[in-house]
Design a binder for this molecule. Structure first.
Ligand code: NOJ
Length: 541
């Protein structure tokens, strides 16, 4: 039986604001995406995941939704979104939209009413309003901290100007948290999901998927209760079961993908049980060091936890929240963690690019879903010298500038030409974040013309993956400790993480991340080889 598309799809993440600017206002938009569908078709992707494109003050890049049924006016209109979904399908590409259950914008009509109507407003039931602690209520209701830094509570002003209750926001103050115990919150999200499924969306990506449900007592973190007051609470599984029923009610069924930052791999896998989400992002892989034992352990754990629930693993190297992969792999510490993100550290971009090329072959060869974040296929580095006056990310501001924030991986894409805006928008337009002057040889046009470019490599690998790996069984092959080698059917992938050249398995080379020297894979290189004797035995190496 043909397996559902999402089990081994290549899903390309579009950060609309930075993809392509159709109208020249410096901000990416749906017209820009529509004009580049040919590029995405030629890249060979199966689906696009759009970070939130809804009406929003963009206090957190759109993860502050004011109206789910309208498109952010700087991005376009609902009619354009509908046309985009249809046109993408015409070139064989599905659409996944982003749903943000944990919070809305402080400009969402519910929150506006909750503030404007004062402390007795029924709308306050949909959020977490609480009186402050201390004699005059001047202390936040509990000690929870925002994930962006600072307290997770902001005090309101009453309509008469006096100081009022506080409201909870696990992210920016402009993102008040919703109360999922409230029926209206549940009903509205069901309606929104149907709204987009009815318009042809093939799936949803669920933002901060483990955070939405809170212990209504709002106890401090680390209290007597076994469960965390807001991370990974048991009740959340019922919510996703109910969404699964909605998704399964469509023909073809729609897919649910979770953004789950959970340390415990077994807890993570519980979200992927057959009646819950279809898939989730593999952040262990995204955070993993460029080191053979760490990667091998990550791959083993990933495969081990997904097998019993029958869900496809996913392989993610980057997204709009993390350091671009070429930069990360060019540092002494090649792991990613939000906690350790600060300041400039020495970076060898040439080394980082070699590794990123090998990592592309590794990620694309592993069984499951592959995610590609826009610009990853061009080998764009993190832009680490954005002038502070250009920074938009609340993570930068709420950390008092100690965290550089995430704008460095969100710089508008270079498409063509030798000077900014590099075809991102019409000549003479000014992109909302400045592009580095040196991106002329990183444009799509330059890379298409270059057989050795990252883009050419991504195109080849995605095509080969479709032709050769569909449904193929994974098995480790014998290899030295600092080399990763495995087969998928009659294709072997070998990644050399050692400091010496290594011999590839015997067979015909299908693609190599770097030229081989005397038939050997150079350090930080990878190859795919057609092997004569497929090793389908499985099991650990
Ligand atoms: C995760 C998203 O990927 C990130 O960009 C956003 O800031 C937070 N969730 C809050 O919505």
């Amino acid at each position: 039986m043909e397996q559902p598309w999402w089990r081994d799809a290549v899903i390309y993440q579009v950060y609309v604001r930075s993809f392509a600017d159709g109208n020249g206002d410096g901000v990416g938009d749906l017209a820009g995406v529509r004009s580049r569908l040919g590029y995405l078709r030629d890249l060979g992707v199966d689906a696009l995941w759009f970070t939130p494109w809804y009406e929003s003050p963009l206090a957190d890049g759109g993860y502050d939704v004011a109206d789910y049924r309208a498109i952010e006016p700087t991005f376009g209109t609902l009619a354009e979104a509908e046309a985009l979904i249809t046109e993408a399908l015409e070139v064989g590409i599905k659409t996944i939209i982003d749903i943000v259950p944990n919070h809305v914008s402080d400009q969402h009509p519910w929150f506006v009413a909750a503030i404007d109507d004062g402390p007795t407003s029924g709308m306050r039931e949909r959020f977490w309003f609480r009186p402050g602690r201390g004699a005059d209520g001047s202390e936040p209701p509990n000690g929870w901290m925002s994930i962006f830094g600072d307290a997770a509570w902001t005090r309101t002003k009453n309509p008469d100007g006096t100081k009022g209750d506080w409201y909870l926001h696990l992210f920016a103050p402009a993102q008040p948290d919703l109360n999922w115990d409230d029926d209206a919150v549940q009903a509205e999200h069901e309606a929104v999901i149907r709204f987009w499924f009815d318009r042809g969306a093939a799936g949803i990506r669920i933002d901060s998927a483990a955070l939405a449900i809170k212990d209504p007592e709002l106890p401090d973190v680390g209290g007597a209760d076994d469960e965390h007051p807001y991370v990974d609470r048991e009740e959340i599984h019922d919510l996703y079961r109910s969404w699964r029923t909605i998704a399964d009610g469509y023909d073809p069924p729609r897919a649910l993908i979770g953004e789950l930052w959970l340390e415990d791999a077994e807890r993570f896998a519980r979200y992927l049980r057959p009646d819950e989400l279809h898939g989730a992002f593999n952040f262990d892989f995204l955070c993993c060091a460029w080191e053979a034992n760490a990667l091998r352990a990550c791959i083993d754990t990933t495969l081990r936890i997904h097998a019993p629930v029958g869900a496809p693993p996913s392989w993610v190297l980057s997204n709009h929240d993390v350091t671009r992969v070429v930069t990360r792999y060019g540092r002494a510490d090649t792991t990613f963690s939000f906690a350790a993100k600060h300041g400039l550290v020495p970076t060898d971009l040439e080394l980082g690019e070699r590794r990123a090329r090998a990592a592309a072959l590794l990620a694309a060869a592993l069984p499951g879903t592959l995610y590609v974040y826009q610009g990853e296929e061009l080998g764009l580095p993190e832009v680490e010298d954005l002038p502070p006056e250009h920074i938009h990310d609340p993570m930068y501001f709420q950390s008092g500038g100690t965290d550089p924030g995430r704008d460095g991986c969100r710089v508008p894409l270079p498409w063509s030409g030798t000077v900014a805006p590099f075809g991102f928008g019409p000549d003479g337009s000014t992109p909302w974040l400045p592009q580095p002057a040196g991106w002329a040889d990183r444009t799509v046009a330059a890379e298409i013309a270059d057989d050795t470019s990252m883009l050419t490599l991504y195109r080849s690998v995605i095509e080969l993956r479709r032709e050769r790996l569909h449904g193929a069984t994974f098995a480790w092959l014998p290899s030295p400790a600092d080399v990763l080698s495995f087969s998928r059917g009659d294709v072997a992938c070998t990644v050399n993480l050692s400091s010496q050249p290594v011999e590839p398995p015997p067979g015909v080379i299908l693609v190599a991340s770097l030229p081989l020297a005397d038939g050997l894979i150079p350090p930080d290189g990878a190859v795919w080889i057609e092997i004569s004797q497929p090793n389908d035995q499985g099991g650990p190496r």
